[in-house]
Design a protein around this ligand. Structure first.
Ligand SMILES: Cc1ncc(COP(=O)(O)O)c(C=O)c1O
Length: 401
């Protein structure tokens, strides 16, 4: 039995009632389709030919989404959460005697620098604080000033603020100076175009439980074959060695160590739904619509977004916490949960905020209900308007200037 014969008889609409299960307005794990969950209702032998065929299909479908038309890239799935794959990418593709420029504008950029420190890889950073984008001209200047930098690492959608970083101009700055780019596209891949023709890179990482809408359990690294070859013997880690996993998978069709079999089966079903929906552009359009409906409804209540419209990703949106004296995020969270929606605390250091995700198995009808739930929750808290503190808006205007 191949994965495609997993139970798929029931196809729920995007706004299906959740049978008591709340919607996860979080950027992964996220709300998955019934069919994705149902695909996990059988066991798979990890050495068996059926599962090897499932692994091969997963790899080739991800490469098709990445858009490699010239056969220059390959896909290496890796057990663990997304951070494991980021660490695997850095340990495998950043040479030991090299200097890396890390572009930081939030928690995940910081984690990249922290990972490089653990790996003992020399690095410098452009740190734009909580949410301002690193710009191409800043990268160009940093590279011109330091010829010893060989690699640049950037987060595609910095999920801590929801900003979509300007990858095209960054990549141009990197390659026009003969350096190499590695991308953490954890929360963007599958919904935001990321082919190597959109912007050039050596490797890009994402995971099962983000925009492809699978369940958590593995990540994947899509890298140039030339980089995969060059990574032989470089990794600091046995289990996170991308070259070793790639080589073994190519020779045997298997994962080196116990694969997350059920997660892979669920992911193949998620890939089928991704394709059925219309691929990256259709998925991105649904998420953008989710965002637009949700943001305009929230603004009507007085809420304001941390980011100006030009930087808002279709993945997750950060809102300032309202200035009203009765507003408490913990209470708002519980009231939203009572109404069937799990929201996300903020991750900013300077101002109070919270986040609402736009990704997962839901559509604009769900997002309208989210806004209704927010309105009802505010009323229960005795908050008539959700306007942010003036100081937060002034800070945003200052940084944007
Ligand atoms: C951009 C980005 N990088 C890395 C990670 C880390 O992934 P994980 O929490 O699965 O380890 C996340 C998680 O949301 C992310 O959004």
């Amino acid at each position: 039995m191949s994965a495609s014969t997993a139970p798929t008889s029931f196809q729920a609409p995007f706004d299906a009632p959740r049978l008591g299960e709340p919607y996860l307005l979080t950027p992964g794990p996220l709300t998955t389709a019934y069919e994705v969950k149902a695909a996990m209702l059988r066991d798979w032998g990890s050495w068996d030919g059926d599962f090897r065929q499932m692994t091969a299909s997963l790899r080739s479908q991800l490469l098709a989404i990445e858009g490699d038309t010239k056969g220059e890239f390959d896909c290496v799935p890796m057990q663990g959460s997304g951070s494991f794959s980021v660490e695997a990418m850095l340990g495998s593709f950043v040479p030991k005697e090299s200097r890396t420029l890390v572009l930081m504008n939030g928690a995940y950029g910081k984690r990249i620098a922290q990972t490089l420190s653990y790996l003992g890889r020399d690095h410098v950073a452009i740190d734009k604080g909580d949410y301002m984008p690193p710009r191409g001209h800043e990268v160009a200047a940093a590279l011109d000033a330091d010829p010893s930098i060989s690699h640049v690492v950037v987060v595609h959608c910095e999920t801590s603020s929801g900003i979509l970083n300007p990858l095209r101009e960054i990549s141009e700055a990197v390659y026009s100076r003969g350096r190499k780019l590695l991308v953490d596209s954890m929360s963007a891949f599958g919904a935001v175009p990321a082919t190597s023709e959109d912007f050039r890179y050596e490797a890009i990482v994402s995971s099962a439980n983000k925009c492809i809408e699978g369940v958590p359990g593995f990540g994947f690294i899509i890298a140039r074959k030339s980089e995969l070859e060059a990574a032989k013997g470089r990794s600091h880690s046995l289990s996170l060695d991308v070259h070793a996993q790639w080589d073994y998978m190519n020779k045997t069709g298997q994962w080196r160590f116990t694969p997350p079999t059920h997660v892979v089966a669920a992911f193949l079903e998620a890939l089928r739904l991704h394709q059925e929906e219309g691929g990256v552009s259709a998925r991105g359009a649904r998420y953008a619509n989710n965002r637009n409906v949700m943001v305009s409804g929230m603004r009507n209540l007085g809420f304001e977004t941390l980011l100006g419209d030009e930087w808002l990703s279709p993945i997750i949106v950060t809102f300032f916490s309202p200035a009203h004296q009765n507003f408490r995020f913990e209470r708002f969270y519980e009231l939203m949960k009572d109404k069937g929606f799990i929201i996300y605390p903020g991750k900013l250091t300077v101002v109070d905020s919270f986040r609402i995700g736009c990704i997962g198995r839901m559509d604009q009808h769900v997002m309208r209900r989210v806004v209704d739930a927010a309105a009802a929750s505010l009323a229960e808290m005795g908050v008539d308007r959700a306007d942010p503190p003036q100081a937060a808006l002034a800070e945003r205007a200052r940084l944007a200037a």
